[in-house]
Every structure is written in structure tokens, then in C-alpha cells.
Design a protein around this ligand. Sequence first.
Ligand SMILES: NC(=O)c1ccc[n+]([C@@H]2O[C@H](COP(=O)([O-])OP(=O)(O)OC[C@H]3O[C@@H](n4cnc5c(N)ncnc54)[C@H](O)[C@@H]3O)[C@@H](O)[C@H]2O)c1
Length: 250
Amino acid sequence: MSEWQGRTAVISGGGRGFGKAFAVALCERGAHAVLVDLDGAAGEQAALELREKGWSAEALQGDVTDAARMDEVMQQAAGQNGGIDLLINNAGLHSDEYSQPMRVLGVEKVRRLFDVNVMGTVICTLAAVPFMAGRVGANVISISSMAAYPSGTAYGASKMTVAALTIAFASELGGEGIRVNAIAPGMILTETIKAELPQNIKDFVKRSQSLDADGAESDIVAAMLYLSGSGARFVTGETLRVTGGMGAGV
Ligand SMILES: NC(=O)c1ccc[n+]([C@@H]2O[C@H](COP(=O)([O-])OP(=O)(O)OC[C@H]3O[C@@H](n4cnc5c(N)ncnc54)[C@H](O)[C@@H]3O)[C@@H](O)[C@H]2O)c1
């Protein structure tokens, strides 16, 4: 039997992109997926598609920056199997817009970026942890980015903070047996990236990879399955770069 059978995974930003791909992989292994998304219609549609395949999934609308709503979401998510086994902090603002200079973005946009990418990770983790305690194998995965390492942008700074939070939460929660890791994807051609990232940037990133290959959602899903599974039982506080070797020397 799959180790995800009968377990509950909460995935922020589960309505599309990586979040939806994570949900598919976990559901097909028997997990119950809870898709938390600001875009309620996208979450509902994704959950419907999962249920139509005979899998167990529900959508809960909410903004990861809203602590009161995330408390409700985690309580509701825990109802299905008596707790939460996996939290994936995936919701994030990452369009090309947030790599513009901060002088162009202005304070309010930078604040919103950090609220979603950084505080969203803190808020969801704190809300989920009471429902993870005592569950064997419970763990948290946050989605950082390769942009964290050169870190020359507000977006990169927010994602470097996600990597730092991963170490901090791993240290705080290790005593309760909860592992906390992150994945730093390189350029992965999701629908959003295909639509929003200018071709010259796509070409530049590809040239900075060691591998002449395109990153796919399945590469990030494979990393998630490794980190969330028992094969990584002794791994915590790590940010796994899945980048085709981009910035491999950093
Ligand atoms: N695609 C890439 O190449 C890439 C690379 C590195 C990191 N990432 C990171 O991976 C994560 C997912 O990326 P994606 O390409 O699948 O994104 P996406 O834009 O396709 O999907 C993100 C989802 O998050 C939801 N969301 C946004 N803000 C939210 C909020 N405040 N509360 C709840 N839900 C919210 C959106 O409605 C959307 O459904 C992001 O954190 C992103 O920064 C992506």
C-alpha cells in the first residue's frame, strides 16, 4: 500500500500550476488533497477534476496572508483523516512583475510580495502544525526558487527568506518529529511562466543551466514526493535545488 494512502495533504495555491500537479501525484497515491487557493473557482475546478478520477479532494478558498482564515482552513482540512500529514506552502507571487526594481514596484507591491511569499509560509505553517503533531512522517515543504540564490530582486529576496524560514522551522519543529524542507525550482515551463516570462529571459536562463533540457512540472513533483516521503526521513532544513544545474556553483 502507498505510504500516502489515507493521509491528508494541504496545498496552498492548489488551483493550478505546481499546486495542482502536486495534488494529482498525491491523490493518485491515495492521499486526500485539500486545495487552498485565493482563486476559489480555480481551486473548485481542480478539486472537481480530481474527484472525477475517483480520488479524494476538496477546495477551500482563502488568502494565505489571512491568519484567521488559515486557522479555519487547517481545522477543516484536518477533519477528513483526523489531522494533517503534509503541508505544501506553494502559493506565491512570482510573475515577471516582481523581478522589477523595487523603486519601480513601490512599497505596496513589495509589501504584498513579502506578505504572500514569506508571511503566507509562516501563517500556514503555524496554522497547520497543531494538526500535524504526533503524526508519524508529518512534514512541511515550501516552494522557494532558484532566484533566491543570485537574489538580485525583491522576488529573489522573498524566496531566499523562504529558504531561511525552512531552517528556522526545521529547528523549531524537529523536536515534535515534523520535518521541514523546501524546493527551489529553476525555470519550469508552467502555463504562467510560458505566458509571462519574456523569451529573452527564457533563453538567458536556459544558457545558465548545465543541462540543455527544459524543466517540467514532473521534475518538481518528483522532488516533492522524495522530500515528503519516508525516503527522506532523516532530511530536514534543506532546500533542494531542481534547476538543471543553474547556478550550481553558488
Ligand atoms: N514556475 C516556475 O518556473 C517557478 C520557479 C520557481 C519557483 N516557483 C514558485 O512555485 C510556486 C508555484 O508556481 P506556479 O508557477 O505553479 O504558480 P501559478 O501562478 O501557476 O499558481 C499559483 C497559485 O497560487 C494562488 N495564489 C496566489 N496568491 C495566493 C494567496 N495569497 N493565497 C492563496 N493562493 C494564492 C494562485 O491563485 C494560483 O492558483 C510559487 O511559489 C512560485 O513562486 C515557480
